[in-house]
Design a protein around this ligand. Structure first.
Ligand code: URA
Length: 197
């Protein structure tokens, strides 16, 4: 049944996918949510930002990265001349908020991943910016520490992936902002190279 569901999702268009997420009951997180958080921005984006899961504000508003971390994310994008909704699409690995922002569980990731896979396939971004250990390790299917993954280009479904610090982490660790700037420069350069080819 799981394979049939994944296959079905992998063939949906954008509207059907959105609708399917909005009514999803595939894991227990559906019981505690206020809203599903599908994603926001330009479905033809060149840059796709992928985070972990909705937090409290995101669950309430139904939009990703709208809390304090989201404001920092907007500023990070601004630093490379980008803006939410213009050439950027923002989504999370999980579409529903885990209780008290606990870590996503493997079954939740397994049930939700077909949605993200399809979103990436439909957006076809030039580059993915995966922020935070959870999103990075999930997308890249690795246990390697983020420190070993930074500064290199990885791939998810054939799309180049640049990894970066989660803005919520940066809010608590301001000295790492200099390193975050290097991640953003790599993101920008991979995006430009993909646009030129
Ligand atoms: N953190 C995330 O990873 N995603 C959000 O949407 C908000 C906070």
């Amino acid at each position: 049944a799981e394979d049939a569901r994944s296959l079905e999702i992998s063939q949906m268009d954008w509207a059907a996918l959105q609708q399917s997420v909005a009514g999803c009951t595939a894991c227990g997180l559906c019981q505690g949510r206020t809203n599903t958080v599908y994603g926001v921005g330009n479905p033809d984006a060149d840059i796709m930002v992928i985070g972990e899961a909705p937090g409290q504000q995101e669950d309430l508003q139904g939009e990703p990265f709208v809390g304090a971390a989201g404001q920092l994310l907007d500023n990070m994008l601004k630093a490379i001349g980008e803006k939410r909704g213009e050439r950027v699409y923002i989504a999370n690995v999980l579409k529903c908020r885990p209780p008290n922002n606990r870590n996503p569980q493997p079954d939740e990731v397994a049930q939700c991943s077909p949605y993200l896979r399809r979103q990436v396939a439909l957006v076809k971004p030039r580059v993915i910016f995966a922020v935070g250990r959870f999103a990075i390790q999930t997308l890249l299917q690795t246990d390697a520490p983020v420190s070993a993954l930074r500064g290199k280009v990885h791939h998810y479904q054939g799309v180049p992936v640049v990894v970066g610090y989660h803005p919520a982490y940066l809010l608590r660790n301001l000295p790492d902002k200099a390193k975050a700037w290097r991640d953003l420069l790599l993101l920008k350069s991979v995006e430009s190279d993909a646009g030129a080819s």
